[in-house]
Design a protein around this ligand. Structure first.
Ligand code: ZN
Ligand code: ZN
Length: 256
């Protein structure tokens, strides 16, 4: 039996230097509940350290939380890496710690980089600037995410900075990604012109840095349950499963 899940696959927390201090785990989950979001992916810049608290809180609230990060490759391309197992996240964190280019954060200039518990007590602080890049190429990032069983998707492909389009000039048709993320600003015309939907299935995330922005860009997934494994099958369109960007569908009918 397939069920419909509404997913916001790109959400920042208080841990991202650019994320609002209001983006605490409790606030994010209550906002997601209010907006009828079934699946939330936590994707802070180059760190997974806020994921565990959100995953636990989500479980209590009946919202599936996938952990991950928005990684920044050596080419300065932002990409989403999604996992649903804590062990994979922990291993991925070691890899991030190893390859993040070490520039000390200046909180007054870039913002705080703390992760917090359910009462907003600070659990720790990232010392190095999380919006720096990893000393790993796009290809090496894809390899690592796949080695750990994660889903890899270049982020906000339509954006004029830190995207495949802006950094490489195009989306390589043979890219070994599982999906391509479009931002809340992507239009059907833009997508059609570049043919992104012909390369990989399109997914959406809000890229929320403030609570109000949560859920502004939703991926609707038809699958059996909210596991990442089912999501991978949905991305491949297996046995009737499907993935679509809610906003684009609503605005334009069928993209093709
Ligand atoms: Zn980004
Ligand atoms: Zn982002």
């Amino acid at each position: 039996m397939l069920k419909e899940f509404r997913a916001d696959l790109h959400v920042h927390t208080v841990l991202s230097p650019c994320g609002s201090l209001e983006m605490s785990p409790v606030r994010i989950i209550s906002e997601a509940k209010k907006k009828h979001i079934d699946i939330l992916a936590v994707t802070d810049h180059n760190s997974t350290r806020q994921c565990r608290v959100l995953m636990e809180l989500g479980q209590e609230a009946g919202i599936t939380v996938w952990g991950g990060a928005e990684i920044n490759t050596r080419e300065e391309v932002h990409c989403l890496a999604l996992f649903d197992r804590m062990e994979a996240l922990e291993e991925f964190q070691l890899w991030l710690d190893r390859w993040l280019v070490k520039i000390e954060n200046n909180p007054d200039f870039f913002g705080d980089q703390v992760w917090v518990d359910v009462e907003d007590n600070i659990l720790g602080e990232e010392k190095y600037l999380l919006i720096a890049s990893l000393d790993r190429s796009l290809e090496q990032c894809i390899d690592e995410v796949h080695r750990l069983g994660g889903v890899f998707a270049p982020a906000h492909v339509d954006r004029s900075s830190n995207s495949l389009s802006s950094q490489l000039g195009f989306v390589p048709p043979d890219i070994r990604a599982d999906a391509i993320e479009v931002s809340p600003n992507a239009t059907p015309e833009m997508i059609k012109k570049h043919g992104w939907d012909k390369i990989k299935p399109l997914i959406a995330g809000s890229d929320a840095h403030q609570p109000e922005r949560l859920g502004v860009n939703i991926t609707t997934v038809m699958m059996k349950n909210s596991s990442l494994n089912e999501f991978k099958k949905a991305l491949k369109g297996m046995d009737g499963r499907s993935v679509m960007v809610e906003r684009l569908q609503r605005n334009s009918g069928d993209l093709t």
